[in-house]
Design a protein around this ligand. Structure first.
Ligand SMILES: O=C(CO)COP(=O)(O)O
Length: 133
């Protein structure tokens, strides 16, 4: 599956710990991330992450484009609910597209854990990437 990993600064440590904890599971998936989040995950794990621009520079929008093309199956996005972001419109646009295309989004650790553990279970919607590989 194609999984997008994104985190705001205050939650990057949480994202790195999440990636470390679920590294064995994440290893068998294709990972995408915004710039800084992806770099920190790659530094802390053996995971290969396709990194886009940093969020404030357009990374959320780049991932949004993948969502629009139905190339993302799951988004783990640890949003900071306590700090306003200069690129808030980009963030909302990404979440809107996820709803448009019915893509599961985990915006906190508790939800992310439920989603990631359900990946291998029957019933998790697998999208057909064959046309885009
Ligand atoms: O700002 C972000 C998501 O909105 C994350 O971007 P970085 O991973 O580059 O910090």
């Amino acid at each position: 599956m194609n999984i997008a990993l994104i985190s705001h600064d205050a939650l990057k440590k949480k994202m790195v710990n999440f990636a470390i904890a679920y590294e064995p599971l994440l290893l068998s998936h294709r990972l995408y991330a915004t710039g800084t989040t992806g770099t920190m995950i790659m530094e802390a794990t053996q995971l290969e992450v396709h990194r886009f621009l940093s969020g404030p520079l357009g990374g959320d929008q780049q991932i949004g484009a993948l969502v629009a093309e139905q190339n993302i199956d799951l988004i783990i996005f640890f949003r900071d609910p306590l700090t306003s972001q200069p690129h808030e419109p980009d963030i909302l646009a990404l979440l809107r597209l996820a709803d448009v295309h019915d893509i599961p989004v985990g915006t906190n650790l508790a939800t992310a854990e439920i989603l990631i553990r359900s990946l291998d279970q029957e019933g998790f919607i697998k999208r057909d990437h064959s046309q885009n590989d």
